[in-house]
Design a protein. Structure first.
Length: 200
């Protein structure tokens, strides 16, 4: 494990791909992607986070850190960004790569519990940026995650989600949300659709 972390820090691109590949072999359904997000997809997601909104920016499914890096480059302050990652190995990688961030290893279906203390200190959640594979997760898990979104996001606050289904996220997966915008990032491998939802 120490050798793996050292490799990640010396060559984050190649090592992150190796780590991602290892994780997808271990749990393909939970990963939901064949490759890490490209900088174009990560930047497209991050650019939709409003910087003038109070509250935390919560990233779900931090993976190897592509979207995390894009959020920081977009201007999200490190004290305001919290990253949730289910995989212990990927969570450890994110802590090593971004020591200035709060990285929580846990399940998004328990999001309110995971963020209990952070929400009190920061005045709630301003935005959620999700790389979770809602379409490929078991329906009960997707429902539980959607209910967390409904509980934590106030009306008017954005949920940014991407999907490899170019038709877009099925709204039945997010029954209390309306779609505000949708754009395909063709340069990602495979192409992905970035969508912004708002709770009503």
């Amino acid at each position: 494990m120490k050798r793996l972390v050292k490799g990640l820090l010396q060559n984050p691109g190649a090592a992150s791909l190796a780590l991602f590949t290892r994780e997808i072999w271990a749990n393909p359904r939970a990963m939901g992607a064949a490759c890490p997000s490209t900088p174009a997809l990560a930047s497209s997601m991050a650019s939709r986070v409003p910087l003038d909104r109070e509250g935390l920016v919560v990233e779900l499914g931090g993976g190897t850190g592509a979207v995390t890096m894009a959020l920081l480059k977009h201007g999200v302050p490190s004290w305001k960004l919290v990253v949730i990652e289910r995989s212990p190995i990927l969570a450890n990688h994110l802590r090593q790569r971004f020591p200035q961030l709060r990285v929580i290893q846990g399940d998004a279906a328990q999001l309110a519990h995971l963020l209990e203390h952070d929400r009190v200190r920061s005045g709630g959640i301003g935005s959620i940026v999700s790389s979770l594979p809602l379409r490929s997760l078991p329906p009960a898990v997707t429902r539980a995650i959607s209910q967390q979104f409904e509980t934590l996001l106030l009306p008017g606050h954005p949920l940014i989600q991407y999907t490899y289904d170019l038709r877009g996220t099925q709204l039945r997966l997010l029954p209390r949300f309306r779609r505000l915008s949708s754009k395909i990032v063709w340069s990602n491998l495979p192409p992905a659709r970035v969508e912004v939802f708002e709770r009503f």
